[in-house]
Ligand binder design. Structure first.
Ligand code: SAH
Length: 372
């Protein structure tokens, strides 16, 4: 390489966004493309990739593994649900678990994953660990997709401060040919295909050095059924679980019930409010009042488009306002939450005041009348 050329670049190479963010974004894009439900990040360190992935709505199970418990514990609180997650539970379920252990050991908690990520992990492995790693990840865990990233040593000549390796804990750094030959052999052994790519583009004129971070994306070539995973002989757990968070989800009946009750009361209040305003409008004119018929038109703007039958109309009787459950059920949000009318009735039974026949939400407006 031309020495002047090299020196020119060693002064200016700075990745924007930073390289670690580009690696994490690469994984996120992959998740958005293949929509795995269960993702494990091996060598998860400070959990920053896991944190980013918890916002991917396709993921229902996230697991992290690291040999260093302290580095995981530093920021693991960021993986806990926030108050807003309880106030507005999501429709998907999500469980996040962190394990303390080594990728050189098999543990049954690592079975059944769709995607396994190993971002800047393998270069930290001792020779003996690196030898066991393919059997653990590709043979035992056997997910549909594995992503492995590692430094490309050919790029190091452009990084001014790198003497031998980019990090003091690196046990090796591979050239493109070394990584590709290891990856191809691993893929061949375990019946995977592999595609090579990377992040951190080399400067113009230096394309030959390749990406700063080289990445192999492995795809399992054979289909794996759940049964074949479960038929693995029972084995002992060797990892220690250091963190587990189960996010509130509408799939859990208790959160669904709360959400439905809130939505039913909110919807009924809107209908009642519209009905009462309309009524007031008519009350000044005795002739119009006698003709007053509550109409769904008055709140149809809340519905988008809903076809309402006469029997669904709310009505006032004495000091009570009745909002038929069929009307409430026709509101898209209530409808989507409950799925069926029977489910709506079941979820609100005993939790919302209903008419004696149970067909309508009932409000007493006695005090409201007094205030007016
Ligand atoms: N994946 C992270 C950081 C990688 S640094 C990121 O994308 O930023 C490598 C991590 O691998 C370290 O946290 C280290 O503790 C962990 N590690 C090293 N050897 C390991 C092993 N045998 N099993 C599991 N994790 C290991």
């Amino acid at each position: 390489m031309d020495k002047n050329f090299k020196e020119e670049f060693t002064q200016i190479i700075k990745f924007e966004p930073p390289l670690y963010k580009q690696r994490h974004q690469f994984v996120k894009d992959l998740v958005e493309k293949y929509k795995p439900k269960k993702v494990a990040d091996l060598g998860c360190a400070d959990c920053s990739l896991l944190w980013m992935l918890k916002f991917c709505s396709c993921i229902e199970v996230l697991a992290g593994l690291d040999i260093c418990a302290n580095v995981m514990k530093e920021k693991m609180h960021t993986l806990s649900p926030l108050p807003v997650d309880y106030l507005q539970p999501s429709e998907r379920s999500l469980t996040v678990t962190l394990h303390h252990g080594s990728v050189a050991h098999k543990d049954p908690c690592m079975l059944g994953f769709d995607l396994v990520t190993c971002i800047e992990l393998i270069e930290h492995l001792e020779e003996s660990e690196l030898k066991k790693f393919p059997e653990v990840v590709f043979g035992f865990m056997a997910p549909s997709i594995v992503v492995i990233s590692t430094p490309n040593s050919e790029f190091n000549c452009l990084l001014p401060r790198v003497m031998l390796y980019r990090h003091p804990d690196h046990k090796f750094e591979w050239s493109q040919a070394e990584f590709q030959s290891w990856a191809l052999e691993t893929a061949r052994c375990y019946d995977y295909s592999v595609e090579f790519t990377g992040v951190g583009h080399p400067p113009t004129g230096m394309e030959k050095v390749g990406f700063c971070t080289q990445i192999g994306v492995f795809f399992r070539k054979y289909p794996q059924t759940r049964e074949s995973v479960q038929s693995e002989k029972p084995m002992e757990a060797v990892y220690k679980t250091v963190f587990k968070a189960v996010y509130p989800s509408l799939k859990d009946e208790k959160y669904l019930q709360n959400a439905v009750i809130n939505e039913v009361i909110f919807t009924a209040q809107i209908i009642k409010h519209r009905l009462m305003s309309k009524r007031e409008e008519y009350s000044d004119d005795p002739e119009r009042k006698s003709k007053f018929q509550p109409s769904m038109d008055c709140f149809s703007d809340y519905l988008g488009k809903v076809v309402v039958e006469k029997s669904m109309e709310p009505f006032v009787s004495g000091n009570e306002v009745y909002i038929p459950l069929t009307t409430i059920f026709s509101f898209p949000k209530v409808n989507r939450l409950c799925g069926s009318f029977e489910k709506l009735c079941k979820l609100i039974a005993g939790k919302v005041t209903l008419s004696s026949d149970g067909s309508a939400v009932m409000f007493n407006i006695e005090h409201e009348n007094e205030e007016n």
